[in-house]
Design a protein around this ligand. Structure first.
Ligand code: FE2
Ligand code: FE2
Length: 341
């Protein structure tokens, strides 16, 4: 059968629970991927069912089977993820107030763009406050496309500073780039569930242009304020995912109740068997956001030019609680400088 194929094709073989995809062109198989079959009842906004996962495909080259992950995600336990709570660090000085005020303004704009309106007490049942699966995904995709910018800008600027200053960075760059990578994985995961239309793509493009340049200039002026800003932004992200999880738990998002997490998410977070549903996915993403909040609030408490990165440091007394990459000892409002340096 393969010899008849003159154009690139994808053939799916397999038993009900497992699948194997052969990528073939002109009679030659140039790629095979294997995986576990998930439910076909996935939500999508505007994409035909059979096109849902094709927004980005596995590499289609003759020799490469798959691309390896650059950063391995730490393992989170269910108990740790359930313990993640919405936190808020009080603004203590003018720099903090500027950061918090900017986040509030951005949140207001974002709520308008993504059609989100948070109900006051007693307004929960009004139609205009109801969020659907589609509205949540629109919000997540826009949010994550923006969230991947600060870590990359911060990491890039610290990298350049190290090069031109001929001095060490003391571990900040890796953590910042890893944060950007993690945010992009959030985006890629949600893109497996909905394919944005032209208007959404335009918004993402415009937002990136404005936000990248704004954050770049701000980071040159005050990196400390920028980390505080990201800390506050992540508090809002934790709030957003907490509300989505609550909607899911209270039966407002029926299409997500039995929906499996995409394979990309199962692989990235190493989601255990039996914990691979949409709700589990939202719990992982929320925990990541809480971690970003902690990291950036902590960075906002440090002397930018000279302090080492506590998340890349070995401590003299490892038995004492200290910042870690996973959810052990999580402090959503960040570690104070005298606790970690
Ligand atoms: Fe994110
Ligand atoms: Fe985040």
């Amino acid at each position: 059968m393969l010899s008849l194929l003159a154009t690139p094709a994808r053939i799916i073989l397999g038993a009900p629970k497992q699948y194997k995809v052969l990528y073939a062109r002109k009679g030659t198989i140039y790629g095979i991927t294997r995986g576990l079959m998930h439910s076909t009842s996935r939500f999508n906004s505007s994409t035909p069912r059979d096109n849902t996962t094709d927004i980005f495909s596995p590499p289609s080259t003759p020799h490469i089977k798959q691309v390896e992950t650059a950063w391995v995600h730490p393992v989170y336990t269910t108990e740790q993820m359930c313990a993640v709570a919405v936190g808020h660090r009080n603004a203590k000085n003018w720099s903090d107030r500027v950061a918090l005020g900017t986040v509030k303004v951005l949140r207001w704009g974002m709520d308008r763009v993504s059609g989100y309106r948070h109900p006051e007490l007693g307004q929960q049942h009004e139609v205009k406050f109801q969020m659907t699966e589609k509205k949540w995904l629109t919000r997540f995709i826009f949010l994550e496309s923006v969230a991947g910018v600060p870590g990359m800008v911060g990491g890039m600027l610290r990298h350049l500073r190290s090069l031109r200053g001929l001095k060490r960075d003391n571990g900040w760059i890796e953590t910042l780039l890893e944060e950007a990578y993690n945010e992009r994985m959030h985006l890629l995961t949600f893109l497996k569930l909905a394919k944005p239309g032209f208007f959404m793509r335009l918004l993402v493009l415009g937002a990136q242009g404005v936000f990248f340049n704004g954050f770049f200039l701000s980071y040159l002026i005050s990196p400390r304020t920028c980390h505080r800003f990201v800390g506050y932004l992540e508090e809002e992200a934790v709030l957003t995912y907490t509300r989505a999880i609550h909607d899911l738990e209270t039966g407002k998002l029926p299409e997500w109740e039995k929906l499996d997490a995409p394979e990309i998410a199962v692989q990235y977070w190493k989601m255990p068997e039996g914990k691979r549903k949409m709700k589990d996915l939202l719990m992982y993403v929320r925990a990541d956001e809480a971690k970003h909040g902690e990291v950036n609030h902590t960075f906002g408490n440090l002397i930018q030019a000279s302090d080492p990165n506590p998340y890349a440091s070995q401590y003299k007394d490892p038995t004492k609680p200290h910042p870690k990459k996973d959810l052990t000892h999580i402090k959503t409002i960040g570690w104070e400088r005298d606790e970690v340096i």
